[in-house]
Each structure stands twice: as C-alpha cells, then as structure tokens.
Ligand binder design. Structure first.
Ligand code: UDP
Length: 346
C-alpha cells in the first residue's frame, strides 16, 4: 500500500514515530509536513530523536490565521495527493493540519484515516474541537484511543467506521522510556509546568495571576515555554516569579527526563496528561474540562480552574490513588497497521 502521513505540529511528530516504523515494514509511506510548527526545537529535533524518516515534502506553510493557514494546507496536500496517488491519507489529532488532510482526501475520494478520533471537550470555543469534529465526520476510518472516544463516535453516528485501537502515544512513551532513557534517573523536587492553550495564555492578566499563584508552591517549577506563550510573556512584560524557572521548549528526550524526575505535572496540554499518567506522576490540569477523562476518573489527574483562589494549595494537596490501571494499551502501532490492512481488504 502507498500511504501519505500528514503531520505539522509537535504532538503529531511524537505520534508518527512508532506508526511510521511499523508502516514501513511492508508498505510505502510518504510523509507530508505542512510546516505548521517550523522552529528546529519544535520540529526537526523530534524527527532526529524519535528516528522518524525526514519528510518527503515540507509545505512550509508556517503560522497564520486559521482560514489562510488551512486553505494553503488544503491546496498543498491536494497537489501531493494528485502526484502520489496514495491508497490512503492518514492524520493525527486535532490541528489545522489534521483538518486539511481529512478534507483534501475526502474531496479527492481517497480513503482517509483519522488517528486519535472521538476525542471531545464539548467546548466549541477551542479551535481543536472544531478540527476534531470535522476530521471525524470526513474520515473513512477512525482509530479511537479509548472506550470514551468510541462512545462519542457512536453517539455521532460513526460507529461503523470506528475501531478501538489504544493510544499511539503509549508506544512512543514506551520506546523512549525503555529503549533510550532507562531507569536511572534521579527523582528531584520540582514541579513540571507547560502552558500553551489560548484560553490559559492569551489574556496576559490571567496568565500573570496564575504565575503569581504558582509562586506560593513549596518547590521550584520548571517551565519549558512554548513559543506561543513566550511571545505573550515578552510582549506584555509579564513578571515571572523567582521559583519559576523558564527554559526554551525541550526536545522529546530532555522533556521525558524532566517528566521522570518531577514530583507533579501542572499543564494545559493534552498529550502531557497521558504521559504523566503513564509515568505515574500526579497531574494537575489547568482547564475547566479535559478530553482525557479516564485519567481524572482514575484519580491521577485533577482539573483546576486557573482563577481558583487556592491554586497552590490544591496542587500541593493533590495525592492520587496507588492503583494505575492500563488505559492506553500496548503495541498500538502494530495493531493499527493490521487494522489498516484488514480495512483495505474488506
Ligand atoms: N513536549 C516536549 N517538549 C516540551 C513540552 C512538551 O517534547 O518542552 C511534548 C510532551 O511530552 C507531549 C507533547 O509535547 O508529548 C505535548 O504537546 P503539546 O502540549 O504541544 O500539544 P497537545 O498535546 O496539547 O496537543
């Protein structure tokens, strides 16, 4: 089979790693990078560290307004589909690159696969939520990471296209933690913080208030800063309290080391909530809702409003249960490739 994988943003490179390795055992894969994330530290480094083959094409679209960015991607992906004539186009997650891949493929009547389908925050003000819904409703095959995601797809009438596969990030996590990092990392006393969602960082006053609250924590806070957040901190002269140590965005390996060594995770990221769970780290999610509800149900993840009066106290007090059932599966990439082959020959 000839397959095009479309990626564009950091979390998608992380998901592509194990799948690409598995696909290439028996199939021909073309990687299209839309160029949505373009800094070396948000893109190239991940291809290197996760041993992902270089993209065959980089559309170099870069940042921009949603419409302009998605429009350029649609045009670029369409051209590539015309030239490559793939048997399938696959995409991951919920970015504009995902939306463009699913739309371009469906308009050209090429089968498309959406990986990490069925996630819902039910918050329509998130651009990601719109991307997910449209991607799921235009794709022909949906790989859902969790039973919760399957439920959402069933409710939307998409049951016949849905397969519960587990979460591909579990494979990346295992690959890096077992094959590269090993067990010999010292635990130290700090919290690990990431923030990049528009509703946490776009309002400078709200962001300043949150950082001030975090100054009341009992430990140092390591904060690798997403370029979007860095921009807002710089432009608005936000004062970062002394216990919060900023650094540039980290490579995947460096970041996983930070995760393994930390006491707790504080984040508004999607992927990091799962990685914290896999690593056995308590996670405090600074959002009103999450797509990864099973981590909250397992009591390893706690939702916390950025404007809560006792942010620091609640973070310090949060103590998860001891048990941590397997939520995301194992050997997910292998299962996915088997399901693709089965679907094609049905
Ligand atoms: N990550 C990383 N370096 C960093 C911050 C995050 O490698 O400095 C990884 C993190 O381990 C996770 C992914 O980036 O796998 C999460 O991406 P992000 O938060 O940008 O997106 P989301 O998951 O919210 O879509």
């Amino acid at each position: 089979m000839k397959i095009i994988s479309v990626v564009g943003a950091r979390p998608q490179f992380i998901k592509l790693g194990p799948l690409s390795r598995e696909l290439r055992k028996n199939h021909e894969e073309f990687i299209i990078h839309t160029g949505q994330h373009y800094d070396a530290e948000m893109s190239d480094l991940f291809f290197e560290q996760l041993n992902i083959p270089e993209p065959d094409i980089n559309l170099e679209i870069g940042s921009g307004k949603h419409g302009a960015q998605t429009g350029k991607m649609l045009e670029g992906i369409e051209e590539q589909i015309e030239q490559i004539k793939p048997d399938m186009v696959l995409s991951f997650g919920d970015t504009n690159s995902t939306l463009a891949a699913c739309l371009a493929a469906s308009k050209m009547e090429v089968p498309s696969l959406h990986i990490e389908a069925g996630l819902r925050s039910f918050n329509r003000s998130m651009p990601e939520e719109i991307n997910r819904v449209v991607a799921d409703h235009t794709a022909d095959l949906l790989f859902a990471p969790t039973p919760e995601a399957v439920k959402h797809l069933e409710r939307e009438g998409l049951k016949d296209r849905t397969i519960l596969t587990g979460d591909i990030m579990a494979d990346t996590f295992e690959y890096v933690h077992n094959n590269i990092l090993g067990d010999h990392l010292p635990e130290t006393e700090y919290y690990l913080l990431t923030l990049h969602r528009p509703y946490t960082v776009d309002d400078p006053e709200k962001l300043q208030k949150l950082l001030n609250m975090l100054s009341e924590l009992d430990r140092e806070v390591k904060f690798p800063v997403h370029p979007r957040t860095e921009n807002i901190i710089d432009k608005n002269s936000i004062q970062v309290p002394d216990n919060i140590k900023l650094s540039p965005p980290q490579g995947y390996l460096e970041f996983q080391k930070l995760l393994k060594g930390c006491e707790k995770v504080i984040t508004d990221s999607g992927g990091l909530q799962k990685e914290a769970y896999l690593a056995g780290k308590p996670c405090i999610t600074i959002r009103p809702e999450t797509e990864w509800v099973e981590t909250v149900e397992a009591e390893w993840n706690m939702l916390l409003d950025a404007e809560d009066e006792n942010v620091a106290g609640k973070i310090m007090d949060f103590t998860p249960k001891k048990v941590r059932p397997d939520l995301y599966g194992k050997n997910v990439a292998k299962r996915m490739v088997e399901e693709i082959v089965r679907w094609r020959s049905r």
